[in-house]
Design a protein around this ligand. Structure first.
Ligand code: ZN
Length: 263
């Protein structure tokens, strides 16, 4: 509340809107970025067609790619969606879920995870022809063999940004051009989330002037899923509010914010 009062006072003194964290294109008050992790079939079946119908571009973090889906992901990239890096084998801590012990994050080192990220970049380049890609860390954590690899990844210059899995209300008011690209916040949702709960996150970004990064897994299928109707409800709301919120890829939002610093 104090922060809000301060922002209001500042807006009166400076003559600018309180919601001016980043200057978005065409007078939009906020950016909305829809991201989908793990290269799931339900995203190809349910998310991509709805996005295409609305004319929206989204970001897909690919890992554990199935050969049968390769032509479909290539087509998704050709349509202007962002294909991004989520490692090849998606290593997570052994405690998170049961998996082959060779592919837990405990079994990696910073050097081996960086090598794997580099390899996934090569695969992505084969899919979309692009020379650079963004990255989302598997399970939102950057430990390999107990050592944080985030700074090594930054130094290696292998990816353009790193999307995490946490966000705070402050992030929705932040000047995106000043964010650390290696720590981009995002928000996941519980199964059973409703359309209006999803829409509420975009409204919060609109009020704050920043960027809302949605994190989805399954869409009407697979796991950690948002229902197809709830997802459609969000897309329909975004389509009806194009003037107020700019729906774009994560790379698109970050590039814009960097190129248009707040005066
Ligand atoms: Zn994942």
């Amino acid at each position: 509340m104090i922060r809000r009062a301060l922002a209001l006072a500042m807006s009166l003194v400076c003559g600018v809107s309180a919601a001016s964290a980043t200057t978005w294109p065409d007078g939009a008050k906020a950016a909305v970025v829809l991201t989908y992790d793990d290269a799931l079939g339900s995203q190809l079946d349910h998310a991509v067609p709805v996005l295409d119908e609305a004319g929206f571009k989204a970001t897909f973090f690919l890992a554990n790619l199935k050969p049968v889906d390769v032509p479909r992901w290539r087509a998704v990239g050709a349509k202007g969606h962002e294909l991004a890096n989520h490692t090849v084998f998606h290593p997570c801590p052994a405690a998170v879920f049961a998996t082959d012990p060779r592919y837990t994050s405990e079994a990696y080192t910073p050097a081996s995870i960086l090598r794997e990220i580099e390899q996934q970049n090569t695969l992505l380049t084969a899919l979309d022809g692009k020379s650079t890609h963004g990255f989302a860390s598997p399970c939102g954590q950057t430990l390999a063999g107990g050592v944080d690899y985030l700074e090594a990844l930054r130094a290696a210059n292998l990816v353009t940004y790193v999307r995490g899995v946490h966000t705070s209300p402050d992030d929705l008011r932040a000047d995106v051009g000043k964010m650390d690209p290696m720590r981009i916040p995002a928000r996941g949702f519980d199964e059973g989330v409703t359309g209006s709960q999803l829409i509420d996150f975009a409204k919060q970004a609109e009020a704050g002037g920043g960027m809302a990064v949605y994190l989805f897994h399954g869409v009407g299928g697979d796991y950690q899923q948002v229902s197809d109707p709830a997802h459609r409800e969000l897309i329909a709301w975004l389509a009806a509010h194009r003037g107020e919120v700019w729906v774009t890829t994560l790379q698109g939002a970050l590039d814009w914010a960097k190129a248009h610093p707040d005066p």
